[in-house]
Write a new protein. Structure first.
Lengths: 100, 161
């Protein structure tokens, strides 16, 4: 059986890659996909701990995280479509109206 | 053990592809592959129900929505690289990985050993029992959240806001 650390370390790597994607990319859709990647890394941690502790609560939390991620993706994409209609761009650096 | 290392290596490679592919459609396909691999990892952790939900809901429904929006908008195929943000993001990610590795290596090895679980752990029946016995209120709140998301998406995506 694979020790718990290995799953946690893999999850940390995936989370860090997702966080790097949020900073590096300048396409709003890819930024949203990086956020999904981070959520998935956290789900992996929950499942690994649920298995190690032998309790079902972790898996139920993952179920809720998936629900919230679906709602977040839908609303995020709707906002992106709405912004694209007004500005004709997906670059977050161009959206300065509320910044200063 | 070998299965874990193969899955881990592939999921890291594909998640790097999500971030470093410059074409958003390629990023989305790499993300689908990553989600599949993580779902297989869920199966190895005795969570079959959550693993199949991950494939159906994430890799199926959500990623189709992403691909649909990418192909609907598609402003420019390739984006320019930004050296400053590239360096900042990579450095922050490396610092995060090193920090978590240091924390995890501080855990004694016997703490990380995984015990055996009862028969049927992670089955739909057991997930349903836990969900509807201990988590009924969060379940109802999640359903209201989904309703709000539906209404919000319709309002936001309407032509005249």
């Amino acid at each position: 059986m694979v020790p718990l650390h290995y799953y946690l370390f893999l999850s940390a790597i995936l989370f860090a890659i997702g966080a790097a994607g949020v900073v590096i990319r300048r396409n709003l859709i890819v930024v949203l996909m990086s956020i999904e990647l981070m959520l998935n890394a956290v789900n992996l941690t929950f499942i690994a701990f649920a298995r190690a502790l032998g309790s079902m609560e972790g898996q139920v939390i993952v179920f809720f995280v998936m629900t919230v991620a679906a709602a977040e993706a839908v609303i995020g994409l709707a906002i992106i479509i709405s912004v694209f209609r007004h500005r004709q761009t997906l670059d977050p650096q161009e959206m300065l109206l509320l910044r200063w | 053990m070998i299965l874990f290392f193969i899955l881990a290596a592939l999921s890291v490679i594909f998640s790097l592809a999500v971030v470093f592919q410059r074409n958003p459609v390629h990023s989305a396909m790499a993300l689908v592959a990553t989600l599949f691999l993580v779902a297989v990892l869920f199966l190895t952790l005795d969570a079959p129900m959550v693993g199949f939900l991950q494939i159906l809901v994430y890799a199926g429904a959500i990623m189709i929505l992403f691909l649909f929006v990418i192909m609907l908008l598609n402003p420019e195929a390739l984006e320019r690289r930004r050296v400053f943000w590239w360096g900042l993001g990579s450095t922050a990610a490396l610092v995060l990985i090193v920090e978590m590795a240091a924390l995890l290596s501080a855990i004694p090895a016997r703490e990380g050993r995984i015990a055996a679980v009862a028969e049927g752990f992670g089955s739909p029946e057991m997930l349903g029992r836990t969900l509807f016995r201990d988590f009924v209120l969060p379940f109802e709140i999640a359903s209201v959240l989904l309703l709000v998301a539906i209404v919000g998406a319709v309002v936001l995506a309407k032509r005249e806001l």
